[in-house]
Each structure stands twice: as C-alpha cells, then as structure tokens.
Design a protein around this ligand. Structure first.
Ligand code: PLP
Length: 491
C-alpha cells in the first residue's frame, strides 16, 4: 500500500551554505529516501513547480534533479499524472535492507524480561473454540452500534475536537453509575467514576497511585497473569495467596504478607477458577483492610453475565470505610475492541487517580464514549446483556453437556454461575499443558490452568471460553476435545 501525499510531508533539507549545487542536493535526498524505504514504490513526487515553491529554489534545479533520477531509474514518469518512485528500484533497495547483517546484540534490561510472558494472552485474537475473552455481538447490537456511531459522527463538534475531562464524559459516567448502583449494588456518585481504556489501565493507575517500589501486595493464586506482570513492572512485590472453594484465603494472606498495602481480587468470578468469594471471606477481607489500612482493588470482570444462583452484589457495596476501588470493563460486556472500562474511586484517592490518568494519556477518546453513553441511555445495553446472557448460558450448557456426555470419566466440569469460560478439571491428574499442546495441534484452543498458578499446587484443568462461539461450533469442537482427553492427548 502506498500512502499518497507522503512525499509532500518529507523533511527535505537543503544546505544553502554548501558548495554542492542545489539540484545535486535534491537528487541525493530523493535517492536516499528511496534507498532507506522512507518513500515506497509508487509514491507520487510533488510536481517540480510545487517542490520548487516548497524548497524556495528555482524550478530548473528541481527539473534537473528529477531528470537525473529518471535517467537512473529511481523515479518514473507517467504521462499526464506526474512523477512516481519506481517499483523496481524500491524493491531492490528493500531486499538489500532485509539482507542479514551482523548486529551487536542489545542486552534486554531485567525489568523488560517480564514482557515475553504477555505473548500468551496476546493470542486472544484467535477465533477458534475455546479461546477466552471473546464475545458475540448479534445483528441487532451491530446495527444499533453502527447507527449510533453515525449519529455521533454527525454531531461531532468543538467539544470533540478539543481536550475534554480526563475522567471521561459526564453523561457516560452518569449512565454507568446508574447501572452499577442497580446491577452491582456499587456505592457511587458520577464524579467518583473514572473512564479508563479498560481493566488493564485502571489497574495500572491503581498501582501507580497506591504503591511504591518494594511494597507488598496480595494477588490470588491461581490468578490473573496480567495483574501479576503489571506489579512486577512497577517493581512491587506480589505475594501469591492461595484460593479455595470460598475464594481468597484471607488468613493465609495475613500470615504470608502481613504488611501488604493492596490486594487485587476477582471476588464475583475468581480468575481462573470461577469461584465466587463467600460472604464470610468478603467480610474477613474488608475487616483486614480496615485494620491494616490496606486497599482492595476489586476486578469485577464479566459480572454482567450471571446465569444461575443468587445474584451477588459487589464487594465495594459492602465497604463503608472507603477502602475498595471497584474496576469494571465494557470490553467484556460489549466487545474487547472497544477498549473502555471504568473505576469507582473512594474520595480520598480520587484526585490522585484522575491526575495519574491525565498524565498517562490525558483522556479517553470522545467519540466512542458518546456512542456507549447513548447505547446505555436508550436501553440497548440492558437489552444486549439480557440477550447475551441467554445466548452464553446456552453455549455454556452445550459445552458442559458435550464434555460430560463424552468424557465423564476423564473430565470434571465445573459449571460456573457466571462468566465467559468454564474449567474442566482432568480427573486422572494428567498434564494439562500436554493436552493444551495436543488440542492446539488438533485446531482447538484451550488454556492449561496450571499456567495461572504461582506457589499453590496446581490442579490440572482446562480453561475453556464459551462466550465467543455459537453452539454449532461449540458442540463438534467439544466432542473432539473430549475424545482427545479421553485418549490421553491422542486424537
Ligand atoms: C480477570 C480479568 N479482568 C479483566 C479483564 C478485562 O480486561 P480489559 O478490560 O483490559 O480488556 C480480563 C480479560 O481477560 C480478565 O481476565
């Protein structure tokens, strides 16, 4: 693909003090732009008149340079339409640039070595069952989204073209607050809500605001790898605290890292086990935070999709000491490409949180916020959640039923009350990593749950996303996976 107009923007530079003639300088610059790849094949050069005006030189200097470039094959002239960088020379130059060279190896700083870990989660763009983190957008939502986007584009005005509130658009914050009060029993006023680019950014800001290098924090074990990696990146010391059937074991946390300043938890649907934190653990955790002055960061991802069991209110709703930061995401409720999430911040940290958000990337983009806000305001959000809840429940049931029917002896399927994935534990204790690799060879994406353990002894299992795939894809893929597991990893 050739970007037209690039040559007009190229930083042509002439040295008027030099003894090299101006036409020669122009010739040399175009040649080096072609050889370096800055101007690719097919790029249109400015007309000699425009180039002369831009550079403040006589037109003949440009004509002379262009003629030489033409003679040597760097550019070609197309009758009536102008002068273009030649495809042949650009291709030769590109081949030369790609040729192997001996380069001194750069040493990667120790801290940056946590980055390769991220590759694992970056594979979430794969559209095959049972990849996690994928959502379905039905035709109704897609159509509504398109038409609300058109309206927002038509309304684009001075407010969108300038800088806006770093905490986000007032109307979106008000709509989100209404939703959170009703659906999640969150205690919130719109001015306490900060729009972020998703959970990832909300957690990043929380780390920057609440922690200093060397501080101790608790994370769940097994737990969400991205939070753990973000903590390492901030030179904070994460302590892995085990999780059981009631959620994070608060007593273990007290014993392991009594001086922890922050705890990161997923209480309504523990990542990755799917366990909901019991009321007694919630109260223990809040009591610990109150006594020790620690802050709880509640990651309430996928809480929109609850299928069975009593509705669980947020942990934040139980907090009367302003010690919980509540983090939610629309990247799961709607779609990951949206990159919009939010955090409800206790007043004592609010200004710091907004300040940090501003320093990181000023503000969220206005257009998408306006679309989401209208989507909520007009009731489409509630309707979308209702429809997807029904759909995802059917997909969850189809997956669980197929696995149970076909591999009951080999797999124990934990049916989650909420969320977008389930865990199928391996009964005979065989290696989930081996099954993950075998499944991949068979074209099925599963995530070995042992990847998410730190200190605790892993219970081998497979994390299977069901939200992103229609029933027609889930059933045959689940049947193949069941056969594979039942045969100990052989297809
Ligand atoms: C535990 C957890 N929290 C949050 C998210 C969502 O992150 P984001 O809003 O940055 O897309 C995910 C996505 O995989 C998750 O697994």
């Amino acid at each position: 693909m050739t970007m037209q107009g690039w040559a007009d923007l190229y930083a042509w530079q002439l040295d008027r003090a030099s003894r090299t003639p101006l036409s020669r300088q122009i010739y040399v610059q175009v040649r080096s732009a072609v050889l370096s790849g800055a101007l690719g094949a097919g790029t249109r050069m400015p007309s000699s008149r425009a180039m002369a005006a831009q550079l403040g030189v006589a037109r003949t200097s440009v004509v002379f340079a262009y003629e030489q470039l033409l003679a040597e094959g760097y550019v070609e002239s197309r009758h009536g339409s102008g002068t273009f960088i030649s495809g042949e020379v650009a291709a030769l130059a590109s081949r030369r640039r790609r040729a192997p060279r001996t380069i001194k190896r750069t040493v990667v700083p120790t801290l940056a070595r946590v980055f390769p870990d991220f590759e694992r989660s970056a594979v979430q763009d794969e559209a095959r069952p049972f990849n996690t983190g994928r959502t379905l957008i039905d035709a109704r939502t897609a159509e509504t989204w398109r038409s609300l986007t058109h309206v927002a584009v038509r309304r684009l005005g001075p407010n969108d073209f300038g800088y806006t509130d770093p905490a986000g658009l007032a109307e979106l914050r008000a709509n989100l607050c209404d939703y959170l009060r009703v659906a999640r029993a969150v205690r919130c006023e719109p001015d306490q809500l900060v729009i972020t680019a998703g959970t990832q950014q909300a957690i990043d800001i929380a780390i920057r605001v609440l922690l200093a290098p060397g501080d101790e924090v608790w994370v769940e074990d097994p737990g969400y790898p991205l939070t753990h990696a973000q903590l390492l990146l901030a030179k904070v010391r994460p302590y892995a605290i085990p999780v059981d059937a009631q959620g994070l074991i608060v007593d273990a946390g007290r014993r392991t890292a009594p001086r922890a300043r922050v705890v990161f938890v997923t209480p309504s649907h523990q990542f990755p086990t799917g366990v909901a934190m019991s009321m007694s653990r919630r109260l223990q955790l809040l009591a610990w935070a109150r006594q020790s002055g620690a802050v709880i960061v509640e990651d309430d991802y996928t809480s929109e999709f609850r299928y069975s069991g009593p509705p669980l209110a947020s942990l934040q709703g139980l907090d009367d000491a302003e010690q919980v930061i509540y983090v939610g995401t629309l990247n799961k409720a709607l779609f990951p490409g949206l990159r919009i999430g939010y955090a409800v911040i206790p007043r004592p940290f609010l200004q710091a949180f907004i300040g940090a958000r501003y320093l990181i990337d000023r503000q969220p983009a206005t257009l998408q916020q306006a679309v989401v806000s209208e989507f909520m305001q007009q009731g489409h959000f509630a309707a979308h959640i209702r429809r997807m809840r029904q759909l995802y429940r059917e997909q969850r049931d189809a997956l669980a039923e197929t696995l149970r029917r076909r591999a009951a002896g080999a797999l124990e399927v934990a049916l989650p009350d909420q969320g977008m994935h389930l865990v199928a534990y391996l009964r005979d204790g065989s290696s989930d990593m081996a099954i993950e690799a075998a499944a991949r060879r068979a074209g099925i994406v599963v995530r070995a749950i042992s990847r998410f353990y730190r200190k605790a002894r892993p219970r081998p299992g497979l994390m299977l996303g069901f939200s992103g795939f229609p029933r027609q894809l889930i059933v045959p893929a689940a049947a193949r996976l069941a056969t594979l597991v039942a045969n100990g990893g052989r297809d």
